[in-house]
Design a protein around this ligand. Sequence first.
Ligand code: BES
Ligand code: MN
Ligand code: MN
Length: 442
Amino acid sequence: MDRDRLLRELGEFLRIPSVSTLPAHDNDCRAAAEWVAAELRRLGCSDVQFLASEKHPVVWGVGPHVPGAPTLLLYGHYDVQPPDPLAEWTTPPFEPAVRDGKLYARGAADDKGQVFCLLKAIEAGGPPAVNFRFLIEGEEEFGSKVLFDLLKREPQRTKVDVALVADMSYVAPGWPAVYSTLRGLCYAEITVRTAKSDLHSGEYGGAAPNAHEELARLLGRLKGEDGRVNVPGFYGPVKPPSKAELAAWKKLPFKEKDFLVKRVQAKGLTGIKKYSVLERLWALPTFEIHGILGGFTGQGAKTVIPAEATAKVSLRLVPNQTLKKVQQQVAAAVKKFAPKHVTATVKFLHGADPAQIKLDHPSFKLLDQAFREVTGRGTVPARAGGSIPVVPALGATGAPVILTGIGLPDDRLHAPDEKLDLKQLWDGIEVFKRFYRLLGAS
Ligand code: BES
Ligand code: MN
Ligand code: MN
């Protein structure tokens, strides 16, 4: 295939700032959906539709009928995360640029570049070998609630032989992966109110409650310095990985020291020390504070006691935990840990159940073979720290959900200078082309 043309086409897709969480970009999300729909039509899809959703359409498509061949559902998302902080991008996030064999843009790896890869692999393979179904959505980055509910109502859309999700990465350069778990997510805003309004910190300081101080203490109670989440009942359903799985992780090209120095680039790692870093990232739940709002943050100094403070937080969940239960546990913990003189409320914004996938379906062998033929190495089983809310629904009718991807661990998803290595894209097109053909012949 003509790589210059492919780069031009992917560039067009990446140039659309389809940030699903910012209402100012609603039209851009629409444009990205149109871009996907046009590609599906070009691939000969008969039934390209925009399915209803909260804000941004799900692009649905049915590929040309291939009698007797298995049905393969391709899932991906055209929405991206906000690009800020803008000043930290070497080149602007929505002006794709190639440097040193890497394509820099918001969405390059998560997930437009990978959606592009799945689609161009069809084009590269000539007449399709399988019956394709497409679900390319635009609300993944804010929880996919509507698509999740839609698939519950219309399970026939996921009545397929195999579902393929390419929204993750190799475990290391040269090491393609398939994932057996995804973490779930419980996203919440915790608000502490201490008084009717802000107060002069001289007149009232020393006797009046301070919302930021109360919130800080509350957050400190929810997660200890040792990294443990102190939400009662939280760890109850958490199962440790098997001995075999832990042994397999030891053989992966993952060095805790490199992870600290090259990827995290901090002075030290945190978390529950008795667990390895991979266990902390893949097999344990978490609690993170994303931001704290309220009080005085303007220029200069203002002496005030804030009456309200809000923290945006999220918890990552692991298999056997459920979003519903964790929401109850968090609400109860906030109530328990907040002192009587404050009003603490929790608002849940979105979330996802964790996913667990058995890697024993024959199609996993075919993907392994395709990667092996192209990259020289088959897929290693791994777990993922991130979340894809719709995955449990994709597998609800019993189809195996193959979680894989062409990214690399240093792609900086959701961060400045997100990138996709072009070699990963060219290899990926070849891998998926072969996978489709192998599946068609199976
Ligand atoms: N592609 C990621 C999920 C991912 C990242 C899986 C890294 C495996 C490794 C996805 O686009 C994502 O960012 N999901 C959000 C979901 C949330 C907003 C509901 C996430 O994990 O934060
Ligand atoms: Mn993604
Ligand atoms: Mn993402």
